[in-house]
Ligand binder design. Sequence first.
Ligand SMILES: C[S@@+](CC[C@H](N)C(=O)[O-])C[C@H]1O[C@@H](n2cnc3c(N)ncnc32)[C@H](O)[C@@H]1O
Ligand code: SF4
Length: 261
Amino acid sequence: MYGIKDYIINGMAYINNAVRPQHKVLSQLMIYATTRCQSRCQHCRIWEKDVEYLSLDDIKHIMSSRCINSRTTVGLEGGEFVLHPQAAEIMEWFMNNHPNYTLLSNCLYYKRVIELVKIYKPRHLYVSLDGDKEVYKRMRGVDGYDSVIKVVEAVKDVVPVSLMFCLSPWNSFKDMEYVIGVAKRYGLDVRIGIYGTMAFFDTQKDLLAVNNEDEYIKDIPENIIETDENYDFVVLYDEWRRGNLKLPCQSIYSELVVHSN
Ligand SMILES: C[S@@+](CC[C@H](N)C(=O)[O-])C[C@H]1O[C@@H](n2cnc3c(N)ncnc32)[C@H](O)[C@@H]1O
Ligand code: SF4
């Protein structure tokens, strides 16, 4: 969930980067520190790639860049970040040197996630949940629903937690409604994403495979209105997919992703 302060910081970074191109700052940096993953997701086939890691030294080197300052939010993900052999060291480094960092996880290795979050206190934990127990198995290829709930229950009062839902060819708006309901039950924020064909994820289905029918708008669950920011994104996505919406990409001015390769 973004607060007013986040909008101001992002807006300032955006203006700075437009008018002072030699002195750019990043508002967000995502570090895909490994391709290693124990899940078998359909929508992301990173687990088929060779395993590779960014070392703590690589990450320190990246973090020494002049375009990163204390307001830059750094996200640690992968792959499954907690499977990185230096996961604890990296998180310890962030806690001591750049506390404005977040962790993304599938929570399958729930004991490790709970332990690392309690010790190294990321500013935010983002947890993937794409449906109920059965849908989880179908879309993610493993039985991980209960692990997600264990993590949520164990750390929701330790750090802010968001559920990340990805609408894809393997689930539906019914599942979105279900996940928003879970978030509501635990008092969590929910982030809605939509399946995309990022090359790094080695995806196999076409983008248009997502709800490619006229019923799209009608099917958007009503409880999405009770969540922050998601409704406009989901509605506008359909307009964009149909070619009715042309928006310039602004995030490229102040957000960056570093892959493990
Ligand atoms: C790449 S994963 C890494 C973190 C962790 N392994 C997890 O699953 O949460 C981060 C988020 O990206 C989403 N994602 C994966 N493949 C995607 C795709 N093809 N399009 C859109 N989102 C995707 C996942 O559902 C997850 O919420
Ligand atoms: S979405 Fe996350 S859990 Fe699923 S394969 Fe990709 S990195 Fe692994």
